[in-house]
Design a binder for this molecule. Structure first.
Ligand SMILES: O=P(O)(O)OC[C@H]1O[C@@H](O)[C@H](O)[C@@H](O)[C@@H]1O
Length: 296
């Protein structure tokens, strides 16, 4: 064990396992590096933003754009942005910035522990705008993310949240997404609501759907030679998003052709599944990501 550097405005010094280190990452932004027996990962304190996860013996599971901006102010394009306390422009359509402030603020690293099975458990925290947030990142052969939100204000709050996971895929046009069959969804591209998913979902153009389902969702990726399983926990919504070439071309922080190597599958509680939190009340939202062989 070694004593780590200061990791946030009020975190003081932390004891870090030898398999982890805090230091400057891209853009010299503070970053926790994990290289543990069960898996490796990178987490930026800006937004508590995980940008990489590689289960031991495997390949990168998380997409982060090579044009992502690491300036401590801009939301990082890729990884797992934490969208809260609203999603896109919120239930009323009036909220700014897009996806809330969770991904834009400096989080505090509270603890880092290596577990007996070689995985690492990271706890990050943030107090802001009448909310107390805790985020547990469990990095191992599987990736488990759990967000807890508590209303510390005096008024009830309506909260939306999403774990906006960008999955790395070999070829999104060949991907088959299953587990959402029969679920109702709103389609942000078509501008429709009350649709029902029939059969597997294939990505053949811009895709922006909010499903009433928490999965498990399987992304079968023949070009990547694997399947990725995403299972929500207390997550009544699943968002599936791909901007396609046209959408990526409109983003300064994503290369045009990168749309083909990513797919967002987001465990969420949004829109009609937003949560009303009374003063002092808490809620949680989680996701688990696993990699399976194509034949499983
Ligand atoms: O560009 P941003 O703010 O990171 O959002 C990306 C996308 O995130 C998705 O989750 C939303 O469903 C899309 O509507 C949105 O365009």
């Amino acid at each position: 064990m070694s004593t780590g550097p200061r990791t946030g405005p009020d975190a003081g010094s932390l004891r870090l396992p030898r398999s982890t280190a805090v230091g400057p990452g891209r853009g010299r932004q503070p970053r926790l590096l994990i290289d543990a027996p069960a898996g490796s990962s990178q987490i930026y304190l800006h937004g508590a933003h995980l940008t990489s996860w590689v289960p031991r013996g495997g390949r990168e599971v998380v997409f982060t754009s090579r044009q992502a901006v690491f300036d401590g102010a801009t939301a990082i394009r890729g990884g797992v942005p934490l969208c809260l306390p609203w999603f896109t422009t919120g239930v009323d359509g009036l909220q700014r910035p897009s996806h809330g402030w969770g991904r834009l603020r400096p989080w505090v690293l509270r603890s880092v522990e290596q577990e007996r099975d070689g995985s690492v458990r990271v706890l990050l925290g943030l107090e802001h705008d009448g909310l107390s947030l805790l985020y547990v990142v469990h990095v191992g052969h599987e990736l488990e993310l759990t967000l807890s939100l508590r209303n510390t204000g005096r008024e009830p709050r309506e909260i939306e949240a999403a774990l906006h996971t960008y999955l790395a895929v070999g070829d999104v046009t060949a991907v088959e997404v299953t587990g959402l069959e029969g679920a109702t969804y709103s389609d942000g591209v078509e501008g429709t609501r009350g649709n029902t998913q029939v059969g597997a979902l294939r990505i053949s153009g811009p895709t922006d759907r909010v499903y009433s389902s928490q999965g498990p969702v399987t992304v079968r990726d023949p070009a990547g030679g694997r399947q990725i399983l995403v299972t929500g926990s207390n997550a009544p919504s699943t968002v599936v998003w791909n901007p396609w070439r046209s959408g990526a071309a409109a983003m300064a922080d994503m290369a045009d052709e990168e749309f083909a190597s990513m797919l967002c599958v987001e465990s969420a509680a949004v829109r009609e599944h937003a949560r009303l939190l009374g003063p002092g009340e808490s809620t949680t939202l989680g996701t688990r990501v696993e990699v399976l062989a194509l034949s499983d």
